[in-house]
Design a protein around this ligand. Structure first.
Ligand SMILES: Cc1ncc(COP(=O)(O)O)c(C=O)c1O
Length: 469
């Protein structure tokens, strides 16, 4: 049965429930059919630069036949077998070895999942397990941050801090998740005189641990550089201080590398920019560049030893059918080989510097540019404000972010925007950039040019509607 584009859109509207579903978003759905490198094509033949790497995950770019061949070869041999008690398979064993090498063996063991939320679920459960096995069953709370995104299962949704929109139709949240401000240099509130934002935000973590009681807190979770919340780059002193605070109070540090892993920030893992080692590291997305679903956690030797030392009745009773899926693991191994062979982390660092310089040159003097964030690989954002001096945000009814996204599309760039959340210090309208790590100089320049032109058009449109309101 072959359907026309219009019939496909109608069938989509009637029968497919989308992530963050609401029909307003799918009134004119774009159906994508093909991708090569950093470029994708829709069903009508229009081409776009993929400015968000799918959903921050297609690190090696689109259309890699090598990954399809790795999947086909493994499927022909043994597509699936359970990794439950007493069974294993070759690709999952080899992938675990390879992943631990990428951490310079600061991590000791790997548990594999199908995606990011399952990885963070596993991380939270492992933190609780660890403290119970060590005779501290009351250490169950997880401290997370405002603007965090950790997934949308009930538990990871409760850790996610991107505003009440993610919670309100699914309340009550899982108890035991506590939120504090993140290290958001542009808008952080409450730094003391002489204190950097990183110092203040780490102090806030320590105060939260003391307020909750260290004997009730299992872990702190954070993305090295926030992704979906707004690409917030911390100050250089933040993560080392966070590590000190966690160690001082026996709180595990969960490092959510689901966006920042696998070359995105120019390194295998984002936290290594600050020489910080976590206790649990969550990964997904770039581990397979989205060619098949896969995620997981890595844990330190201390945690693995505790897992191995409990009585069988107290075992780590956690599992997924698809844990260690041989075909997904075979694709991950090939994907990591490509990232290394083509030095895509290095390209990300180089192209990221070009993107950052380009955005500065194109938008730095624009009176509505509040903050330009980037510089560590291909993870960047621009935050817009109505008034630079007061950081006043654009009014919601101007739909600044939505218009900007549409103007980018019109210029052949797919990206993501996030609307302002309210008055300062709530975040403003944000435009994101996270293209595939194979992106070329010419494509970076096109991204920047599209952003400059799109911003100009939107500003003149909202300028006139501000006057006419
Ligand atoms: C930092 C981070 N953590 C967790 C997740 C959840 O991953 P998934 O959508 O695979 O469940 C995401 C997804 O965007 C993410 O960006």
């Amino acid at each position: 049965m072959s359907l026309t584009a219009a019939e496909l859109v109608r069938a989509d509207q009637e029968h497919l429930i989308h992530p963050l579903h609401h029909p307003v978003d799918n009134a004119s759905t774009v159906i994508y059919v093909r991708g090569r490198g950093a470029v994708v094509q829709d069903i009508d033949g229009h081409e776009y630069i993929d400015g968000l790497s799918g959903l921050w995950n297609v690190n090696v770019g689109h259309g890699r036949a090598e990954l399809a061949e790795a999947a086909a070869a493994q499927m022909k041999e043994l597509a699936y077998f359970s990794g439950f008690v007493g069974s294993s398979n070759i690709p999952s064993i080899l992938l675990a070895e390879r992943l631990l090498e990428l951490t310079d063996h600061t991590m000791q063991a790997v548990f594999l999942t199908s995606g990011g939320a399952e990885a963070n679920e596993s991380a939270f459960k492992t933190a609780r397990f660890y403290w119970k096995a060590r005779g501290q069953p009351g250490k169950v709370k997880i401290i997370a941050r405002d603007q965090a995104y950790h997934g949308l299962t009930l538990q990871t949704m409760s850790a996610t801090g991107m505003g009440p929109g993610y919670w309100k139709m699914f309340e009550p949240r899982v108890p035991g998740f506590v939120h504090i401000q993140t290290c958001y240099p542009y808008r952080y509130q409450g730094a003391k005189p002489g204190e950097s934002v990183g110092q203040a935000a780490a102090r806030e973590l320590e105060e939260a641990i003391l307020r909750e009681g260290p004997d009730t807190v299992a872990a702190f979770v954070g993305e090295p550089i926030h992704g979906a919340g707004g690409v917030f780059y911390p100050t250089e002193d933040y993560w080392p201080r966070v590590r000190e605070v966690c160690t001082r109070h026996d709180v595990l540090l969960i490092d959510d590398e689901i966006i920042t892993g696998f070359g995105r920030t120019g390194r295998w893992f984002g936290l290594s920019h600050w020489n910080v080692t976590p206790d649990i590291l969550s990964f997904a997305k770039g581990v397979t560049s989205g060619y098949l679903p896969l995620g997981g956690i890595m844990v330190t030797r201390a945690i693995k030893e505790v897992m191995d030392s409990v009585e069988p009745d107290d075992r780590w009773m956690h599992a997924y059918t698809n844990s260690g899926h041989p075909t997904c693991c075979a694709v991950a191994l090939k994907n990591i080989e490509i990232l290394q062979r083509e030095r895509l982390g290095e390209n990300a660092a180089k192209m990221g510097a070009r993107l950052q310089a380009g955005l500065q040159a194109a938008l730095g003097d624009q009176p509505s540019t509040g903050d330009i964030r980037g510089g560590k690989g291909l993870l960047a954002a621009v935050e817009f404000v109505e008034d630079r001096a007061t950081k006043k945000n654009f009014a919601k009814d101007l739909r600044f972010a939505a218009r900007l996204k549409a103007e980018m599309m019109r210029r052949g760039v797919i990206t993501r925007t996030r609307p302002a959340l309210g008055a300062h210090p709530a975040q403003g309208d944000i435009l994101f950039f996270a293209p595939p790590l194979v992106v070329s100089e010419a494509e970076i320049d096109r991204l920047v040019g599209a952003a400059r032109d799109a911003v100009e058009v939107v500003l003149s449109a909202v300028g006139s509607s501000t006057v006419s309101r």
